[in-house]
Design a binder for this molecule. Structure first.
Ligand code: SF4
Ligand code: SF4
Length: 692
């Protein structure tokens, strides 16, 4: 016990140290530094109270004219770079969406720190000056000439630093779009978190013709005559002979649909490939584009995995980046022609419910030497059919209050369950009075925990929230998840009463899943391996190592804490219900199946959250499980029956390993099982039956 206390104090000390560290993901520039960065004639205004941006003014006659918003990208889009630390850019964005100035405020990209030096990075960002958020800005090959033609602006990449400059580009665009939406009215100020989502439950078996006929896949056509019209009267008139010869034939036919909608994706890909696609997309959208005809949407310079140059998408006058998803699964039903799946990130503000314009650029060339290029964009209006979408709740429901209103029923059910559980555990002797009924009552509660708390209410507590606490220094984000907040509050309170067992034994959905699977295995006759005490004791320390690793990663800004946190399989098993890429699914399934043979292997040996609760639970003041003088000496029944190895040979309970399953209490209260009670009954003189 003393060893446990020392371990607990050490771990609590480590946690306190870690929590005390400041996570440097906020902007670093002071007002004085910003004023130096934008000297006279510019005037730095007051920092906005809604968004971390500073207006920059310039005196024009008698009034101050707004010329830009200055901000640090790390405040708005802290996308981890190669070292894990976000690249911080100082940006000046003009009211029309043009980048006036982009500089690197801070970076830790290994390729520039240790290899190429900072000069190529500083030269790279200079190229953004004058480019507009209304264009699709993409990073091209190094020394590519930086060609820009209206809709698409190409920035020269940096050799050997392709990944780093792409991350920088993402950072700049994501932060710029956030400012443009909030301050410049881009995308009608739409909040990307309030876009419509695909309905997972709308599906009817249909072939390609059916999908097109129902309007789920949109069909567009441009005839040769229509392709000629915009060029009439100009230099390029009549250059396309084919168009003049066969005016009614198709110049291009296009089919467009959201492949991540089950109605389209399941019908075209089949269940397995569709599930894989959704897992790979990880919250992004996938737009399927197919074309036939004389003109394709793939230009000669089309590169898989890159931004197309001939096809652009825009919504509410803001560009939406399309990037080839390099999707390899065949779509045999699609017409033979050009086919691509484009991925769209939610940060672009793309809302499938709103009208968008898909623009196809047609270019003609006049002249042999240094030909003149004349282009026209053909626009097609596209939106995803409403019956495939879940629309966001009305604007007034936004914010934490709205979330609490929306989730009132879930929260009330969880609250009721917690009241019921507290009452039942407070009356633990009555709860365990029947050795036959109690296991079924426990199983019923575990099914509730798994199905309602886990799958339905998505209230699986996770070490990721602890990372959020360490990094952001606050748990304000939990206000947006009332059932989880309730569970956190209840769990922390019960740690001081019963220890970690109340959460781990009753309220953890993944813990419940493992226990139910193990019960099922027992019913099937699968024998569990009993790990020898010596090894059991050693393996149990692994979870503290896992906890220390997660906390250390959370405290070091450059460390990939969320990746380290993947040691807990909750996201895969509970949040995503095993629909994720293969390595994660194999790991989670492996742990669940492994639990069939080694009882709750993950909980006992690996879980960092369980370790954190075990350590905080050391502050528990009561030994609430009753013991008999014979417990441990000579009776070893409870020790042998405890599947968590939480009872020492001496009969003492190790509460930090106790999952409050109450199996030992059932034995303690059962005159048929408890050895001291059985022996006492045998010793008691039996009533004589009088002879008649
Ligand atoms: S040890 Fe971890 S997985 Fe197991 S019940 Fe506790 S929190 Fe859940
Ligand atoms: S059997 Fe073990 S885990 Fe269950 S309540 Fe008793 S000591 Fe705790």
């Amino acid at each position: 016990m003393r060893g446990g206390r020392v371990l607990g104090r050490l771990a609590l000390g480590l946690m306190a140290w870690v929590c005390g560290l400041v996570y440097a993901s906020a902007g670093i520039l002071t007002r004085a530094e910003l004023e130096r960065a934008f000297p006279a004639p510019f005037i730095l205004g007051e920092k906005d109270d809604q968004l971390p941006v500073w207006p920059i003014f310039k005196q024009n006659a008698t009034e101050n004219q707004l010329v830009a918003y200055a901000y640090e990208s790390v405040d708005l889009a802290p996308i981890p770079g190669f070292s894990g630390t976000p690249i911080d850019l100082l940006v000046a964005l003009a009211p029309d969406g043009t980048f006036l100035d982009v500089r690197v405020a801070h970076f830790h990209e290994p390729v520039f720190v240790d290899g190429l030096g900072s000069a190529p990075l500083f030269d790279f960002v200079k190229q953004y000056a004058g480019k507009s958020l209304k264009q699709t800005i993409k990073v091209g090959p190094p020394n590519g000439g930086g060609a820009s033609d209206g809709a698409v602006a190409v920035i020269d990449g940096v050799a050997k630093a392709t990944a780093s400059v792409r991350i920088l580009n993402e950072t700049l665009l994501a932060s710029g779009l956030t400012v443009a939406r909030a301050k410049l009215g881009f995308a009608q100020g739409r909040d990307p978190t309030r876009s419509a989502r695909m309905r997972p439950d709308v599906f009817a078996a249909m072939d390609w013709q059916g999908l097109v006929g129902q309007g789920y896949i949109r069909h567009f056509r441009v005839s040769n005559a229509e392709a000629e019209t915009p060029f009439k009267g100009g230099l390029a008139e009549g250059l396309d002979r084919e168009a003049s010869r066969h005016p009614d034939d198709s110049f291009i036919e296009l089919w467009v649909g959201e492949l991540d909608a089950p109605m389209i994706g399941r019908n075209l890909l089949g269940d397995k490939a569709f599930n894989q696609l959704v897992a790979d997309l990880d919250g992004r959208h996938a737009l399927l584009v197919v074309s036939t005809g004389r003109y394709g949407f793939r230009a000669d310079d089309y590169v898989e995995g890159a931004v197309p140059t001939r096809l652009t998408l825009s919504q509410s006058e803001a560009p939406v980046e399309l990037r080839d998803f390099a999707w390899r699964s065949a779509i045999p039903q699609a017409p033979a022609g050009d086919l691509a799946v484009f991925v769209i990130k939610p940060q672009t503000g793309w809302d499938p419910a709103s009208l968008a314009t898909l623009a196809l650029r047609a270019t003609r060339e006049k002249g042999q030497i240094l030909p003149e290029r004349i282009s026209h964009d053909f626009g097609f209006l596209y939106s995803t059919p409403a019956d495939l979408l879940i629309l966001p709740p009305p604007e007034e429901a936004k914010g934490a209050l709205g979330v609490w209103r929306d989730r009132a029923l879930d929260t009330a059910i969880v609250a009721l369950a917690l009241v019921g559980l507290t009452t039942a555990l407070s009356l633990q002797n009555r709860l365990t009075a029947s050795a036959r009924v109690y296991p079924w009552a426990r199983r019923a509660f575990l099914v509730f925990t798994l199905v309602f708390i886990g799958f339905w209410a998505q209230a699986q507590l996770s070490i990721v929230s602890v990372i959020g606490l360490v990094r952001q220094g606050s748990v304000g984000f939990l206000l947006y998840d009332p059932p989880s907040l309730l569970l956190w509050g209840f769990t922390l309170a019960t740690l001081f009463v019963w220890g970690r067992g109340t959460f781990c034994g009753w309220l953890c959905p993944f813990g419940a899943m493992q226990e139910l699977v193990a019960d099922f295995g027992r019913w099937l006759g699968i024998k569990q391996i009993r790990i020898p005490d010596r090894w059991d004791g050693r393996l149990k320390n692994l979870k503290y190592v896992a906890l220390a690793a997660v906390l250390a990663a959370a405290a070091i800004p450059s460390a990939p804490a969320e990746t380290v946190a993947e040691i807990e399989p909750f996201k895969t098993a509970i949040t995503l219900e095993f629909v994720r890429s293969a390595p994660f699914v194999i790991y989670a399934v492996g742990l669940v199946v492994g639990g069939l043979f080694a009882y709750k292997f993950f909980c006992r040996y690996l879980c960092p959250l369980g370790a954190a609760f075990a350590l905080i639970g050391l502050a528990r003041r009561w030994n609430w499980l009753p013991r008999r003088p014979e417990s441990g000496s000579p009776c070893q029944l409870c020790k042998v029956k405890c599947r968590y190895g939480a009872i020492k040979k001496t009969g003492e309970i190790v509460y930090r390993e106790c999952f409050q399953c109450l199996d030992c209490l059932v034995i303690h209260n059962d005159a048929q099982q408890c050895v001291p009670l059985v022996l006492a009954a045998k010793r008691r003189p039996q009533p004589r039956i009088a002879a008649t």
